[in-house]
Design a binder for this molecule. Structure first.
Ligand code: ATR
Length: 276
């Protein structure tokens, strides 16, 4: 069987996903294609979905700005994606469109790949910076995994509170409080857009401990200003492009049932992104 996979979003011409999934196809000896299906905001989203519904597809990825918008066109949405209110992977089975979200699990897998000693130690004190869609995905993946000591810091406190909902083991705080309390965390995860293509850090990082693990999910630049500053205080740095790889691995698993070995691919992605 030849797999037919796509990515919908805008803009997507520089997406790493085609390279990643073509590599997965090769590594798992499967035949198939992974193509871009760009939908500009001026086009009718509904018309494009109708076109997709008519084509023979195995599944597709969904990226910005359609992760929420796609949900009304799905036949089923799995629990995780429902909790996150966003879908990044659609699998088509017997004509049914089923939505998933692999962003949170992708983050966790990439974190454990970089720092295996974190696996199974869920009493870590975690700080999430930012409260957008990415933060929501990571928060739910952490809670699902059993983490029970999480704070979310955001410029707009109500957005952090809305992610936490009724969870009694999590707390929303301001960015100023986060900077002040930074030494109290074992894992700090930067999820906001601050630092993307700009040398700026969302908070002052002077108080990070020497054994704190620090993630930034931004991967353009490959090492954000935030990570560069954090790196002066702790050796445990976790780069955003690895999350990209593992969310793709989890999506590929949903489509094919194959758990593809990704070894070495993080370095290859790094080289490709560096060459841009
Ligand atoms: P995504 O869904 O990709 O995570 P988003 O929903 O646009 O992106 O969320 C972006 C995050 O970056 C938000 O937490 C936003 O803070 P607000 O909720 O207060 O808007 C944060 N953010 C963006 N620009 C910021 C800035 N200049 N300073 C602080 N936080 C910022």
């Amino acid at each position: 069987m030849t797999l037919s996979l796509k990515l919908i979003g805008y803009p997507i011409e520089h997406s790493m996903s085609p390279w990643i999934h073509n590599e997965f196809l090769k590594r798992s000896n499967l035949e198939g294609t992974y193509e871009l299906f760009e939908i500009s905001p001026e086009e009718s989203f509904e018309d494009n979905v109708t076109t997709l519904k008519k084509s023979v597809l195995t599944g597709f990825n969904v990226t910005v700005p359609y992760k929420q918008k796609i949900m009304q066109f799905l036949d089923e949405v799995d629990d995780t994606a429902n909790l996150m209110g966003a879908v990044n992977t659609v699998s088509i089975r017997d004509g049914k469109w089923i939505g998933y979200n692999t962003d949170g699990i992708g983050y966790l897998r990439s974190l454990y790949a970089a720092y295996p000693f974190l696996k199974g130690v869920t009493n870590k004190r975690v700080l999430i910076l930012g409260a957008g869609g990415a933060a929501r995905g990571i928060f739910h993946a952490l809670v699902n995994e059993g983490y029970n000591n999480i704070k979310i810091a955001n410029r707009t406190l109500s957005r952090a509170e809305s992610i936490i909902g009724t969870n009694k083991q999590a707390l929303a705080i301001s960015l100023e409080e986060a900077a002040e309390e930074l030494h109290q965390f074992d894992l700090v995860i930067q999820t906001s857009a601050v630092g993307m293509n700009e040398p700026r850090s969302i908070i002052i990082v002077d108080r990070i401990n020497e054994d704190t693990v620090v993630s930034d999910i931004v991967y353009q630049p490959l090492e954000t200003h935030f990570l560069q500053l954090a790196k002066q205080r702790t050796p445990f740095i976790h780069h955003g492009h690895t999350m990209l790889l593992y969310q793709a691995q989890a999506a590929f698993e949903i489509w094919t049932g194959t758990n593809v070995n990704v070894s070495g691919m993080d370095m290859q992605i790094e080289q490709i992104l560096k060459g841009r």
